[in-house]
Structures are given as structure tokens and as C-alpha cells.
Ligand binder design. Sequence first.
Ligand code: NAP
Length: 246
Amino acid sequence: MSKQTKKVAIITGASRGIGAAIAERLAQDGFAVVINYASSATEADALVAKLQAAQHEAIAVKADVANSSDVRRLFDETEQKLGKVDVLINNAGILQMASLAETSDELFERTFSINVRGTFNTLREAATRLNDGGRVVNFSSTTVAMSLPNYSVYTGSKAAVEVLTPIFAKEMRGRNITVNAVAPGPVATDLFFNGKTEAQIQQLANMPPLQRLGQPDDIAAAVSFLVGRDGGWINGQVLRANGGLA
Ligand code: NAP
């Protein structure tokens, strides 16, 4: 491995959707990027090939964020192949809508395992392995500010992520590491479209005063700001990137 001069960013869940847009944006910003995924190997490899063809530095690492030994290996492989870890973007997450009464034990477990335990696993690893001067961005959701029916377990999981964020920021005292969360409103990805009718999609798209769905690039731009030079004084905050929805 040649000496790594670029800052290195791990983006969890970067094979598709918002995570893929973040990986592209941070690569353009000059980061070496680690595209983590759980099952979409074809998409992750295609994104690595696209970034490498544009002379960016990128690798793909399969790891289930809900599994602590997978997460340890994600950091191990990053250090082995790219030399260090400077930035962690905790983007991986799942949403399955259901009323609380209809939420199965399995859905509760899966949602909290990926959205909360996944974030916990990577933060715990980052606590000892992130370089001084590093950046962490967690992923919440604007649903936390909206109390929408059929989002109880998902919103509960994201509320937990919001609470972890300023606590971890304080625990990083003295290391010049910032820890923030981005809480998107509706964004045009599989996670948002799945399980919704066209009418529901249109209704949600019209809710923000900017009257459109967010695009993955809108969220990637907010992350780019938080991990870049100009975001350095923002710490322990939740940024609701949602076109003014709530
Ligand atoms: P998405 O299109 O469904 O993509 C999810 C990504 O997460 C995929 O790359 C998926 O990879 C990965 N992933 C899922 N489970 C994983 C696991 N256990 N370990 C590692 N990776 C895993 O979702 P998205 O819309 O981009 O959402 C990204 C984040 O934004 C999530 O945290 C979500 O809650 C949040 N968010 C989204 C919206 C929205 O409207 N889209 C709104 C608010 C918040 P595989 O395919 O390989 O599993």
C-alpha cells in the first residue's frame, strides 16, 4: 500500500440510494471512499469501477452493520487497504412501514438491529480508530419531527440515533472530532418508494414548501458540508435536510 495522502471516508450502505450519492460526492471532494454494502455487490462494484475510472480512490467492503464482527472487519479492511479512517458516514438503514399493532417481533428486531445497533457498532469502532480531526455523520429522519402514523418503529430507531449523536460528540472531547446527524425528509430512493402508492408519493412530495422530493444529491451536499472544512464548527447537531418540511 502506498502512503495514503487523501482523507479516508467509510460510507455505510453506499451501494444504492443516498449512500451511493454521498460516496460519489465525497470522492469528488477528494476523499478516498469505502463503499460498504450488505448484499448489493453488483451495484457496489459498479460504483467502485465508475469512481476509479474517474481517477478517484474507492474500494467496496461487504459488511452487515448489525454484526459487530463484520463492522470490525470493515475498519480492518479499510486500514489495510487505505491506511486509516478519517470520516464515518452512518447511512445504512431500513424502513418498512407498519402500524404499531401490525409490527411483528421480527420487524422490530430487524429495524433496531440495522438502524440502531448498526450505528452503535460503527460508533464504538470509530471511538478508538477514527483519526483525530475526524468527522462522523449519523442518519436520522425528519419522521422524528412529524409523528407520522405507520412509522413508529422506524421513527423510534431514528430517535435513538439522534440521542446517540450529541453524547458521542461529547465523548470525543479533545480529539477535534465532530459528530452530527442528517435527518432527511422524503428522498427519491427505493427506501422511500417501496410500499407507497403514487398518490401517497405525490402527497409527501408536495408537503415541503419547496414542493418536490429530495434527491440523493441534495443530502450528499449536506454531508459534504458537514465533513468539509466549512462544517468544522458544527458539532452535536441534527440537520433536518428536508426542503422545509418540518
Ligand atoms: P436505500 O435506497 O434503501 O439504500 C439503503 C442502503 O443501505 C443500501 O446500500 C443497502 O445495501 C444498505 N444496507 C441496508 N442494510 C444494511 C446492512 N445491514 N449493512 C450494511 N448496509 C446495509 O435507502 P436510502 O433512502 O438511500 O436511505 C439511506 C439512509 O437515509 C437511511 O438511514 C434512511 O433511514 C435515511 N433516510 C432516508 C429517507 C428517504 O426518504 N429515502 C428519508 C429519511 C432518512 P444492500 O442493498 O447491499 O443491502
